[in-house]
Design a protein around this ligand. Structure first.
Ligand SMILES: [Zn+2]
Ligand SMILES: [Zn+2]
Length: 467
């Protein structure tokens, strides 16, 4: 009975852990590595196991850094089931097909504009066809329903409060009279965040594998974040320009719309026209709408009080390209939510082209901006930016609102870990090197659990697990 660390150990992305028991092999997550070109090239390296020999996959949530290599797994022979929460099955349809389209477009672009001889024969990492085949393997399980998936292996998904359908995965392994229970945190959300329920407390475990994205910091209090957004909207209104909001299609876009709808009067939203300019975000919003049973009490009350989507009177959904282009003629009074969330592609680039050089406009950044992205350049105060090969001076007002993260902060994660009464052995993954160390020290100091930072490839014998 063993646990092997494979992904999200040396880097944050590419979540993937391997469980072996009684001759069975089970994967927990199968995520894409995201980062520099060199790092992303690792997605093409073979798996350290034969995909056809795997018995099952457990998927914590839909984000690509947890689900994005599933199409490859199926392409290389995996035939078993992928168990996950039902809403994740629906969100994966959008996310994996989008990931495949991006890969296909990227390969086509490189064949057309080759930089090296290799580019002449560039192949996508996987195709839409591969993604569709992997979607057939997904099997939804509701939260809190313990299920025996293989002889000696049971699982249960608990709400992680991160995005719709996100789960902490409980796994019970039984071999030779020994039972061990492991809990994989997946990605943990913030407590009291909009729409979703809080991360669920789990009392018992022999070992916990916990993420640590923000293990070294505290987020700004949520009510301060709300008044910050209100202030930005009113100052932007006085300047009579447009507001651009680069946003992730899944999670952040729905949160923003929910907050807009709830605070419409206080924030003077009736003076604006709001555009959700992303086919993917529109589709994801419909899926969010279809799962009221996963909302927290406040969101459920709100949903019951409104008749249906869209919940804002002045919200415009613009899935088609010509609808999106029509927004360009608006010089003032438009709030435009568009992807990509880090401005490294997508429709937000067209809106930036039309607005970023106008001092009366604003750009509101609500999410993490990775190094090397256009969004990061804006946040870092670049005076000029280049979009589609053309330079633009940055004259628009730039605002960053940090409190809306889909990831819990140090306090949130400690609170969740504190729910374990059984003093489990803790393995810290899914974080930058320095952050993991800080988080380990904090867990040891505050909860007195035994904590390790596993190396990639490290194997833990679960039968002799020392707590
Ligand atoms: Zn995530
Ligand atoms: Zn993640």
């Amino acid at each position: 009975m063993e646990l092997q660390f494979y992904g999200a150990t040396e880097r944050v992305t590419g979540s993937c852990h391997i469980l072996r028991t009684s001759g069975l092999t089970i994967l927990v997550d199968c995520g894409l590595i995201q980062g520099t070109k060199e790092e992303e090239a690792l997605n093409r390296s073979p798996f350290p196991f034969d995909p056809s020999s795997l018995d099952a996959v457990l998927l914590s949530h839909g984000h690509i850094d947890h689900s994005g290599r599933l199409p490859l797994l199926v392409k290389y022979g995996f035939r078993g089931p992928v168990y996950t929460q039902q809403a994740t099955v629906d969100l994966c349809r959008i996310l994996l097909l989008d990931s495949a389209s991006l890969a296909e477009n990227d390969a086509a672009y490189r064949r057309k504009n080759p930089q090296t001889r290799r580019d002449l024969h560039a192949e996508p990492l996987y195709t839409r066809q591969d993604a569709l085949r992997s979607l057939e393997k997904l099997e939804g399980i509701p939260y809190d329903a313990k299920k025996k998936i293989l002889p000696g292996v049971s699982v249960c998904f608990r709400d992680a409060g991160h995005i719709l359908g996100s789960a902490c995965v409980e796994v019970w392994l039984e071999e030779g009279g020994i039972t061990r229970k492991l809990v994989f945190s997946g990605d943990l959300g913030q407590y009291d965040s909009p729409i979703l329920k809080d991360p669920e407390a789990i009392g018992e475990a022999d070992a916990v594998i916990v993420e640590s994205t923000y293990g070294d910091r505290l987020h700004r209090a949520f009510d301060l974040t709300l008044s910050e957004i209100g202030g930005i909207l009113s100052s932007a209104c006085d300047r009579c320009g447009n507001i651009l909001i680069p946003a992730f299609a899944i999670g952040r876009s729905q949160e923003l719309l929910y907050l807009f709808a709830k605070n419409a009067d206080t924030w003077g939203l009736n003076r604006w026209q709001v555009y959700l300019d992303s086919p993917m975000a529109i589709e994801a919003s419909r899926i969010y709408w279809d799962y009221p049973e996963l909302y927290d009490e406040e969101a459920l009350l709100f949903r019951n009080a409104v008749k249906g989507m869209p919940v804002l009177k002045n919200l415009h959904l613009t899935p088609r390209v010509e609808q999106s282009q029509a927004i360009n003629s608006r010089r003032s009074g438009a709030i435009i939510i568009a992807g990509s969330g880090m401005c490294n592609g997508g429709r937000i680039l067209h809106h930036l082209k039309h607005n970023v050089n106008r001092p009366e406009c604003s750009v509101l950044v609500t999410g993490y901006q990775a190094e090397g992205t256009l969004g990061r350049q804006l946040v870092d105060g670049a005076e000029n930016i280049t979009i589609h090969g053309k330079a633009f001076p940055v004259k628009a007002a730039l605002h960053t609102v940090g409190g809306l993260s889909a990831h819990g902060d140090q306090e949130d994660m400690l609170r969740w870990l504190g729910g374990f009464r059984s003093r489990p052995k803790v393995f810290v993954v899914h974080g930058d090197e320095g952050v993991k160390k800080i988080f380990r020290e904090v867990i040891e100091a505050k909860l007195h659990f035994d904590v390790s930072i596993p190396l990639a490839g490290e194997v833990i014998d679960l039968a002799v697990l020392q707590k």
